[in-house]
Design a protein around this ligand. Sequence first.
Ligand code: SR1
Ligand code: MG
Length: 389
Amino acid sequence: MSSYEPLTTESAVALVKNLGLVEESETILCNEIGDGNLNYVFHIKGIEKSLIVKQALPYAKVVGESWPLTLERADIENRALRLQGVFAPDYTPKVYYSDRDLAITIMEDLSHLEIARTGLINGKDYPLIARHTGEFIARTLYGTSDFAMGPQEKKNLQKTFSNPELCNITEGLVFTDPFFDAETNNFEEALRPDVEKLWNDSALKLQAAQLKRLFLTSGDALLHGDLHTGSIFASETETKVIDPEFAFYGPFGFDIAHFTANLLMNALSREENRREPLFDHIVTVWNVFNREFTRLWNENNTEAFAETEGYLDWLLADIFEQATGFMGLEMIRRTIGLAHVKDLDGMMDDEKRLTAKRRSLFIGARLVKERATYKTAEQLVAAVKEVLA
Ligand code: SR1
Ligand code: MG
């Protein structure tokens, strides 16, 4: 049994050599490349082989040692990756090795791709990202649901994916803190009037409370749990979904909501004539999700009511409504909460950045409050365009 110690570039190289994952004689380059909020990520590059070694730290890197976290999330991530690899192998990195005590997962090097958020910020559009991500979400969610697995098997799996610590982060940072004058919030002083308006919006707070309850109590399927554009590696032709350390059994609409919210915030950061690809992605991911979920529903379904007229249509409509609300909450928290997005924060022109952030708050609040009024992604995108006109 190995005991935990944070890796260094030297010990990460020694580890992969000891494990026989690269030849002892190989000359290796190793860099710590993690730009996320929680972990170390070592890129190990030899002539023959390259790998990623990811290690959880016993605290949240984004805040520092004053925010302790257990290492349990590395095991959750490793098991979620392996399961997602079964349902969506084309869109999941291969896992080569994991060690629960060291809190590490060693996986496929994806450095021929780039983090989608970075590419989108630099003006790339990734023509296939929405189709691939829609298939990833539909396959991983449907495959781990009651419909596919049956309630007994599903509950047994669900037990193994209790993730209270990382759910607590989401419950606080996404669902609670942005709606109160909480210490974790972080916003530009110029936004204070907008933020105070939000804190005083009791209709919005009621809807946020209802969505929070849905997040706390639903157990539809094994979610990725943090599927923003920084959790996706992409190119023109390939898409890989990484970092499922927030995985847990939650509501069907959550993952697609975070993906679409992050696409929309990228659209807000762009000039008007460069936004259309993002709007197309939002429509496409929904169409693909609905199509793929329906295909799987018809192909493999243990539910006695599966063929009852109207059931699937009702379910897809319900997922769309909850996801619209979750999408709005993600936009709000990424604008004024603890963890921001580079798409908005990186806008150098003060006036344009503040306009984009105000729009993010306004649209986010509207999606939360009016989530029942939109029935399709096309309607949602049309409403967004009206705000931007
Ligand atoms: C303390 S972690 C902050 C955020 O980073 C992760 O990627 C999640 O989105 C979390 O809310
Ligand atoms: Mg992450």
